[in-house]
Design a protein around this ligand. Structure first.
Ligand code: AHR
Length: 496
């Protein structure tokens, strides 16, 4: 017999908005994310604007990407923005030292990125070079983009084809400054941040969102030091990076496909650590910022596996299975439920890198199971969180257990209630019985993402292997919502 799980929705609590920015994406100059991803190889026969791939743009427009982080990642702390503006043929080349030592020709620079953002309808989120750049260089980039005065940099922007200021507000001050961004101590970085932030000017109409380069995983000392030494008044946001490694071991992360159930279980257990990590950093931020003015931005997250056999190890190209979709659904539920503090996140990365939304192979393109989760969950963007109370059944393997079920819910501007449910158990369905006090409703519809095996994935020959399907297993029973949640599935219900 199936386990029945009672769930209660709280519609009467404090109003917390799920920031749309939790659904942000990340595009680094890494492998084939930009070159061969967003930016078509010369001669490719796909619809393009300039060299921006419009098939990729069209797919991402459908999921309403709220912000796009660029140019890195580790690359950001090696990037000199001025090399990427002006006539493309005159732009200097550089070596991409972090990612495969490839020759970066700077053909995709600031104007091209902002054109991409315009096509996507997304807010740009830039990462300034703190590790190997200068304060002057960063301040110049801001002036070039945001000022409308008659300065040499503004004149240059106009000459380069953009008369009006771009008004870029979101700025990361460095990236992973504890690692590839300069191997700094938090005490040292806090001083460096203050120096950079002092010269990060607001231009008329563009108050900046200054973002502190935050901690790695559970490094709470980093967060504590930044909150204490910088102070909440000098930052709009503070970041956090946490990746889900199937094995937890950076030297052998485990494959993206063809894994067994033990590897699957371990991946989900590592993914679920995000809950405690976010809670610990939030608790520290609460001590220095009890009014929760500063946003916690998990601006790098996702599954990081071994690269696909035969591909460049520096390109971080991996396939994306139903397991990735379950990780995405679970992680986004965690962020939604922590929306009082988590007000931004960026999946790593949008195209062809790590837990990508889109994979390309020359002219071909496919949408990964992770893409479909972002499609299903977009209903939560800027909706009001409706907390859920329940006790999850266990998913048990070899005597170890993790919670099988996770969920989040929200009410959108039109009054529609959406519930996103994830069942991590690969073999057991669950009966859910949800009480929705305070919600008057008549009908329920839904879409579900699942497949025969958790290791199934979409291929260029069969790109539709895994895609959402209409869900018919939810009904009104008395005043309760009764749902038969399939094994290994992500389900989003709409109650109206
Ligand atoms: O997303 C890949 C890399 O992971 C980023 O460049 C870096 O910030 C992190 O270590």
């Amino acid at each position: 017999a199936q386990t029945t799980v009672p769930i209660t929705m709280r519609a009467d609590g404090p109003k917390t908005l799920i920031s749309k920015d939790i659904y942000g994406q990340f595009a680094e100059h890494l492998g084939r994310c930009i070159y061969g991803g967003f930016w078509a190889e010369p001669g490719l026969s796909v619809p393009q604007q300039g060299r921006i791939r419009l098939d990729v743009v069209e797919a991402l427009r459908k999921i309403h990407v709220p912000n796009l982080r660029w140019p890195g990642g580790c690359f950001a702390d090696t990037y000199h923005w001025h090399d990427g503006v002006g006539p493309a043929a005159q732009r200097p080349k550089m070596l991409n030292l972090w990612w495969g030592n490839t020759l970066e020709d700077n053909s995709f620079g600031t104007h091209e990125f902002l054109e991409l953002c315009g096509l996507l309808g997304t807010e740009p989120y830039l990462a300034a070079n703190v590790g190997s750049g200068t304060v002057q260089e960063m301040a110049g980039w801001m002036e070039y983009l945001n000022s409308d005065e008659d300065t040499p940099l503004v004149r240059e922007r106009r000459q380069n084809g953009h008369p009006a200021p771009y008004k870029v507000a979101m700025w990361g001050i460095g990236n992973e400054s504890w690692g590839c961004g300069g191997n700094m101590t938090p005490e040292y970085y806090a001083d460096v941040y203050k120096r950079y932030a002092t010269f990060a000017h607001d231009y008329p109409g563009t108050p900046l969102k200054r973002i502190v380069s935050g901690a790695n995983a559970d490094d709470v000392h980093w967060t504590e030091t930044c909150m204490k030494n910088i102070g909440p008044g000098r930052m709009w946001g503070l970041t956090l990076h946490y990746y889900t490694l199937p094995t937890g071991d950076w030297s052998h992360k485990g494959p993206a496909t063809g894994f067994d159930e033990a590897q699957y279980f371990n991946t989900l257990r590592n993914c679920l650590k995000m809950e405690a990590i976010v809670a610990r950093h939030s608790a520290i931020m609460d001590r220095y910022d009890p009014e929760k003015k500063v946003a916690l931005l998990v601006d790098e997250w996702g599954v990081w596996t071994d690269v696909e056999p035969g591909t460049n190890p520096g390109f971080l190209y991996q396939q994306n299975s139903l397991r990735d979709a379950l990780v995405a659904g679970t992680t986004l539920n965690i962020f939604n439920n922590h929306a009082d503090r988590v007000r931004g996140a960026n999946l790593a990365q949008a195209v062809n890198v790590l837990q990508a939304l889109v994979l390309t192979d020359k002219e071909k393109m496919l949408l990964t199971p992770t893409y479909h989760v972002f499609d299903l969950y977009q209903v939560h963007q800027d909706a009001t969180l409706l907390p859920l109370q329940f006790s999850s059944p266990d998913y048990v393997l070899n005597g170890e257990k993790i919670p099988a079920l996770n969920a989040s819910a929200s009410r959108d501007k039109n009054g529609l209630v959406h519930i996103s449910l994830v069942n991590l158990d690969p073999s057991h369905a669950f009966q859910l019985e949800t009480a929705l006090p305070g919600v008057s409703w008549k009908t329920v519809t839904g879409r579900v993402l699942t497949s025969a095996k958790v290791s199934d994935y979409n291929t260029f020959d069969k790109p539709g292997n895994i895609q959402p399907a209409a869900f018919t297993g939810a009904k009104k029973r008395g005043d309760k919502l009764a749902v038969e949640l399939p094994a290994k599935s992500v389900l989003v219900l709409e109650v109206r």
